[in-house]
Write a new protein. Structure first.
Length: 103
């Protein structure tokens, strides 16, 4: 029975400080983790906002390009032969001239 009291005393003497040291290091580690995840600098925030704005701008440009690429008039022009386009251009020039003469 004496041995048990001695062992418990030794464990208590060394165990409590070791537990306190480990606990304080764990708390310090958790604080650093929280600071790391939320501690974004002003420069990083500014860069992030710029990237969001640029992303929105690029999305709008892509939408415009998709609209142009899927426009029926553009698709019609791509399928027309050069002679057909020249004929249509001459017809439009003639119509414009008529309208100018009319006014």
């Amino acid at each position: 029975m004496e041995y048990i009291i001695t062992i418990v005393a030794i464990i208590m003497v060394f165990g409590i400080p070791i537990t306190a040291i480990i606990s304080s290091k764990m708390i310090e580690y958790k604080k650093l983790q929280l600071q790391g995840s939320n501690g974004i600098s002003d420069e990083e925030k500014k860069l992030f906002k710029q990237m969001i704005a640029e992303n929105a701008h690029l999305k709008s440009r892509i939408e415009n390009l998709e609209l142009i690429a899927s426009d029926p008039d553009v698709l019609k022009l791509n399928s027309m032969k050069e002679s057909e386009m020249e004929k249509q251009i001459l017809e439009l020039q003639h119509e414009i001239k008529k309208l100018k003469d009319k006014n």
